[in-house]
Design a binder for this molecule. Structure first.
Ligand code: NAP
Length: 284
């Protein structure tokens, strides 16, 4: 869980904000009226999801932090409480439709959904690809997003000011060798976000797609390469400053906290050293 277990010194960079203590945003109007807004964050046990949960809590949301690893989301919720925020941990597999429905039913309200759970499995060329890897990626990235969106949509609409944030990827627009199954899945996530935005036009729900490029999180590449630390490290080798989970969490929180009528349709974020999927500047 990078946002919590990294050594403090690692999180401080000269000339940049200390990301451990994101600045408190001005209290939005709904807070002044004593209302209690709820943000559900999936994949909150590590990386971008954990950092986003912390930032949304700092912005005043009551965060529901969900992931399969219960002990990780419980530690995250405790961390948020200790910092004066509000959070609950929920064990959840987003591919389990019944479990997703049960979580949605258990909530009094939902104002924001961050559908972030996802990831890549394998980097094989299509000729060598494993069907089970493609299925796993489709299930968590696409069907997981479908499940949480469907389950929470009635509450998002009845909040009268709902927001769905879908975590896609630059892989949702551009193919790359060895990316097949992940590229296909993230294209699916992009299609889901675009379709949902059209279908919800006229309803009080925004649909925001966040599409990161290279983000150096603790687990993403390790999971992709089935625990091979050398292969995972090679992804970021020589890249001066890949994006961090804090960078993405900052962007998500900014998009979510715009005035209700402002829909940030799509935000693409890449490190300066990555001009395109295939063009990465690596120092020798
Ligand atoms: N890192 C990048 O370069 C990058 C770039 C573009 C987009 N993204 C996207 O950003 C999102 C977060 O990535 P990350 O870098 O933060 O990776 P990460 O640290 O591996 O986070 C993935 C999260 O998803 C959760 N998850 C996986 N399967 C799940 C399931 N079936 N049900 C519920 N939760 C599940 C994991 O928690 P549990 O294992 O505890 O369930 C974990 O919290 C992903 O959708 C990823 O595709 C990442």
């Amino acid at each position: 869980m990078p946002a919590l277990d990294r050594a403090p010194a690692d999180r401080r960079r000269i000339g940049r904000r200390d990301c451990r203590t994101p600045p408190r945003l001005p209290a939005p109007a709904w807070q002044n009226h004593g209302m209690h807004r709820v943000a559900v964050v999936t994949g909150a046990s590590s990386g971008i999801g954990a950092a986003t949960a912390i930032r949304l809590a700092a912005a005043g949301y009551h965060v529901i932090a969900a992931a399969r690893r219960a002990e990780r989301v419980e530690a995250l919720a405790a961390h948020i409480h200790a910092a004066g925020g509000a959070a609950e941990a929920r064990q959840l597999d987003v591919t389990d439709r019944a479990a997703v429905d049960a979580l949605a039913d258990s909530l009094d309200r939902c104002d924001v959904l961050i559908s972030n759970a996802g990831g890549a499995v394998g980097a094989d060329q299509i000729a060598d690809s494993r069907t089970e890897d493609w299925r796993a990626m489709y299930e968590v990235n696409v069907l997981g997003t479908l499940n949480v969106t469907k389950a929470l949509l009635p509450k998002l609409i009845s909040s009268a000011d709902g927001t769905v944030v879908v975590m896609s990827s630059t892989a949702g627009f551009v193919a790359y060798e060895g990316g097949g199954g992940y590229v296909a899945a993230k294209h699916g996530v992009h299609a889901l976000a675009a379709t949902l935005r059209l279908e919800l036009c006229g309803q009080p729900v925004r649909v925001i797609e966040i599409a990161p490029g290279m983000v150096k999180t603790a687990e993403f590449a390790i999971n992709r390469f089935r625990g091979d630390a050398d292969q995972a490290a090679a992804v970021y080798a020589g890249v001066a400053e890949p994006l961090t989970d804090e960078d993405i969490a900052d962007a998500v929180t900014w998009a979510v906290t715009r005035p209700s009528h402002v829909n940030v349709d799509l935000m693409v974020l890449r490190p300066r050293a990555q001009a395109a999927q295939h063009k990465v500047c690596r120092e020798q």
